[in-house]
Design a protein around this ligand. Sequence first.
Ligand code: MG
Length: 212
Amino acid sequence: MSRVDELLTLAEATPGFMPRDEGLALYEHARAHGDRVTGGTWLEIGAWCGKSALYLGAAAEASASVLYSLDHHRGSEENQPGWEHFDATLVDPFDGRLNTLPSWQRTIARAALESTVIGLVGPSAVVARHFSQPLDLLFIDGGHGARVAWDDYELWTPKVVPGGRLLIHDVFPDPADGGRPPYEIYCAAVASGRFAPLAARGSLRVLERRAS
Ligand code: MG
């Protein structure tokens, strides 16, 4: 089995909220971009247990890029007790709070991606205000609440370099399929004129940062 196939197989077996076809699309678009622009700096918002970090990490490793994988690791609203996506095995007995960091760390270690996928632990908005590195690829897959989604859009998308890629997950044009904020920030990115839509697979959208 090739190294890429090994990583994609591991990604599939990792718990998370990324359907297989969307995960493969994530890999393919990242890989195509990495083949054009090697040694890039990539960042994903919303790491959970590392599933999408493996899809992106497989592409990052192949293109000598680095992927920052950012999360506060306390789960979003829908992951909390009583909500749809709550997983009691992820509760830390130390303080009774959700903690996905140990799972994320094990995922990255098992995949031997520790020199390619670098964890950033903290609130996205705080990290964004102190992160000045331009991004060749940005994947927004964080909280779906309006405040956090708009913060992710407003604080992170200006860092994407011309020609770079912006990917957004959980974009549902039909409100019956899911929450509004990821769809709204996708529409805002297109309406801004800064990003051109390139592709879609399921709820994944791929955009290119236009030259300014
Ligand atoms: Mg998602």
